[in-house]
Design a protein around this ligand. Structure first.
Ligand code: SF4
Length: 423
């Protein structure tokens, strides 16, 4: 019996009773949290088990304490929220977790019935459906940026209307300039005033500096881990790589995130010296539920899943003496902001640095960013003699998955890498 499917069906059958669904979700996630804490997965290193536990905690916090929660996207500068002891609720992650409980279709159908276009990215459609169903508790406010996709602003506007909460949108210039940095800095200051007015609390600047120091230490551990990954096999999974998005984005600056990277570094340092046959860099989101992709990449000593470029979209330390300026630079210079070439250059840079044999580019259904950039990325990788496979799918809505086709294409790609020596 598929327990998760049964659980997902119970959630879907009760969608007209949002309090009940939220209660069931919290019970389910709490049980999962306990099971991860007590048992974990014996095939994974300690650090990756801790990561699963941590992400469950990150998901539960805003559900349990909505009065200290804010809806955010992955580029929202959550350092400020941590300084106010707020819990960011990353909307894309919430959709992934709903997909993990196999009820995403119920929320997507609800959003479409209410007039949301079918072609909207399923991360947004699932979240909008959950918001329309009022399954997610009312947070304090919402903060987003204009980075990467235009879905962000519209989704946040709609969510704030549904919940009757205020929202703040950071308008991010496409290209970096000194004026652009000042423009974002001013908006960050306005955002802090917005939070202060809402919470009736003052920002503790010393706490913000402490958070930045924690973030910098985290980046240091992450860089050291990547440096060892260049020449050594280390277990990874499709789900763990998605979980890392929590730690490289909304969880950045938290002590528990720092602990994860410290553990990860220790684990790779102590891991036996093994060399994978081929190493793959993943571009964009990963469909964590896809059996065919997991079969190839989860803890596969022959085909190492290195990283997703989402987790290295801005790997630079912040200036503790200039928090606003350095956070403004971080958002503007993120590889997902601006022209696609910037992201392409970052993928090429990490593919070279980590000695990747190939890149798999995932075109998430409804994402103009990923499908629009595919040919540009292919050309850029070609110029550097790095083979690329582009596959289509949906990282949230299982109904759009292309299991059979992706399995065949991955098989052929790996065979090609083996036959031609990879480069
Ligand atoms: S997958 Fe694409 S469309 Fe969806 S949230 Fe991410 S960037 Fe936006």
């Amino acid at each position: 019996m598929d327990v998760i499917k049964t659980y997902g069906n119970i959630l879907k059958n009760n969608m007209d009773n949002p309090d009940k669904v939220l209660k069931y979700l919290k019970v389910g996630y709490n049980l999962q949290y306990l099971s991860l804490k007590l048992k974990g997965d014996k095939n994974l290193p300690k650090s990756l088990n801790y990561l699963s536990e941590l992400c469950m905690k990150f998901t539960l916090e805003p559900l349990k304490k909505p009065d200290r929660a804010a809806f955010v996207n992955i580029f929202t500068p959550t350092e400020f929220l941590h300084a106010f002891d707020m819990y960011p609720q990353l909307i894309e992650a919430m959709s992934s977790y709903l997909s993990g409980t196999k009820c995403e279709d119920g929320f997507i159908d609800r959003a479409e019935r209410e007039g949301i276009t079918e072609s909207l990215c399923s991360y947004h459609k699932t979240f909008v459906g959950a918001a329309m169903s009022k399954v997610l508790p009312t947070p304090r406010f919402a903060i987003t940026t204009t980075t990467a996709c235009d879905a962000n602003v519209n989704t946040f506007r709609l969510a704030s209307e549904i919940y009757g909460i205020e929202s703040f949108v950071l308008d991010i210039p496409y290209e970096y300039s000194k004026d652009g940095e000042e423009y974002v800095k001013e908006q960050l200051k306005e955002m802090v005033t917005f939070i202060e007015d809402n919470l009736k609390e003052k920002l503790n600047e010393d706490k913000l500096k402490e958070i930045i120091l924690t973030e910098n230490k985290t980046i240091e551990y992450h860089e050291k881990y990547l440096n060892l990954l260049k020449n050594k096999y280390f277990p990874n999974t499709v789900t763990s790589e998605m979980f890392k998005v929590f730690t490289t984005h909304p969880g950045m600056g938290r002590k528990d995130t720092l602990k994860f990277y410290e553990m990860l570094l220790k684990d790779i340092e102590n891991y036996p010296e093994l060399k994978p046959k081929k190493k793959i860099l993943w571009a964009h989101v990963l469909p964590f539920y896809s059996e065919s992709i997991r079969e190839y990449l989860d803890c596969n000593k022959d085909y190492q899943l290195l990283i997703s470029d989402m987790n290295v979209d801005y790997l630079h330390k912040l200036d503790v003496n200039d928090p606003y300026g350095s956070i403004a630079r971080k958002i503007i210079n993120n590889s997902y902001n601006g022209p696609f070439e910037r992201r392409g250059n970052n993928i090429v840079k990490f593919a070279k640095e980590l000695n990747a044999d190939g890149v798999v580019n995932f075109c998430h259904w409804g994402c103009k960013e990923s499908s629009g950039g595919t040919l540009i990325l292919k050309d850029m990788l070609n110029e550097n003699s790095i083979p690329m496979l582009s596959i289509d799918g949906d990282a949230v809505d299982r109904r759009n998955s292309q299991e059979g086709q992706n399995k065949t294409r991955l098989e052929a790609f790996f065979e090609m890498l083996e036959n031609n020596g990879g480069k």
